[in-house]
Ligand binder design. Structure first.
Ligand code: FAD
Length: 310
């Protein structure tokens, strides 16, 4: 069995595995797609001490770093079921879609999250070419340009406020008749001169020149009329969905499906830890996920050395 079994191979999982393996204990990673969201990222400019890199390059570096420590990396393996140990100190089991079953004394869950998409024509084609999901990551790339934020919940309105300080103009598009963000955020938004809010609007298409986004089309849901906005960037903020469907009925999740963790990455079950975008930890970023992964791994080690000798 593994001492530490990491499920998920994004920045959180890679960091957790490296920290565990450096303790000289048996460490494994099972990941559906090693690299996670970072594989889908073009330009990364906030990975501290590296001024600029690209997702696939960072993933290759992560993989090399993991490989240096003899971590058992099981890529292209999807976990389907977690069966926690029945008694303290017993073995946890993780069943994979391939039919295999892995056993471990501690498990670190780091299956990440995915951005909810609009599912309209042009969105996929212009992803990373004007369509983006992360204002903290890509906001500065649109300095002085015109952008739209799709979604009027807290994350959409926060993004619009954030972007208004960087870009020339922000159009916030909300499907419903009202914004759903906290009142204090809405007041702040209303005070900004370069933000326009459009409610009851359904985005229907992202358009571009073949290389870059040039605008979007939306439908006025009251009057049924079609409209067009010219712009250079679209920030989609309609939700981040944690990859925890397979964990229902095991560890405690919030209503939004995030794994509840304490400040050591402990979940509701002893010996099961979690880190990164899949958890309740705020701010979903690479450096945050790596920090949380390292922390959960050290907490798992702490847990292991306290277990009765088998
Ligand atoms: P993830 O990266 O989501 O990794 C999850 C891992 O779990 C993957 O290996 C996945 O295959 C695996 N997995 C999922 N389900 C299962 C399962 N059932 N069984 C086994 N494995 C499973 N952050 C920045 O700091 N800077 C940026 O510039 C930046 N740009 C971004 C651009 C884009 C397009 C996106 C989508 C995100 C960006 N982010 C950026 C956010 C950053 O990528 C995430 O915060 C970070 O990757 C989270 O790491 P994680 O390890 O928690 O999860």
């Amino acid at each position: 069995p593994f001492d530490v079994l990491v499920i998920g191979g994004g920045p959180a999982g890679a960091a957790a595995a490296i920290y565990a393996a450096r303790k000289g204990i048996r460490t494994g990673i099972a990941a559906e797609r090693f690299g996670g969201q970072v594989l889908d990222t073009m330009s990364i400019e906030n990975f501290i001490s590296v001024q600029h890199t690209e997702g696939p390059k960072l993933v290759a570096n992560m993989e090399q770093h993991v490989a240096e420590y003899g971590v058992d990396l099981m890529n292209l393996q999807r976990a389907e079921r977690l069966i926690p140990a029945r008694e303290e100190g017993g073995l946890h089991e993780v069943r994979l879609a391939s039919g295999a079953s892995l056993k471990a004394r501690t498990v670190i869950l780091s299956t990440g999250a995915r951005w909810r998409q609009m599912n309209v024509p042009g969105e996929e084609a212009y992803r990373n070419k004007g369509v983006t999901y992360c204002p903290h990551c890509d906001g500065p790339l649109f300095r002085g340009k015109r952008v739209a934020v799709i979604g009027g919940g807290n994350s959409g309105v926060e993004a619009a406020i954030d972007l208004a300080g960087l870009v020339a103009h922000v159009t916030l598009i909300e499907f419903d008749t009202d914004l759903r963000a906290d009142a204090v955020l809405q007041r702040k938004l209303a005070s900004l001169p370069n933000v326009k809010v459009i409610t009851s609007a359904m985005t229907t298409e992202v358009v571009g020149d073949g290389d870059r986004v040039a605008g979007l089309h939306y439908k006025d849901r009251h009057h049924g009329t079609l409209h067009q906005i010219e712009l250079e960037g679209i920030f989609v903020q309609i939700g981040l969905v944690p990859n925890t469907e397979w964990l229902k009925d095991t560890v405690a999740l919030t209503l939004r499906g995030e794994i509840e963790v304490d400040d050591r990455g402990e979940t509701s079950l002893p010996g099961i830890f979690a880190a990164g975008d899949v958890t309740t930890v705020p701010f979903k970023q690479i450096v945050v996920a790596m920090g949380e992964g390292s922390k959960a791994s050290l907490a798992a080690f702490d847990h292991l050395i306290r277990l009765p000798v088998p």
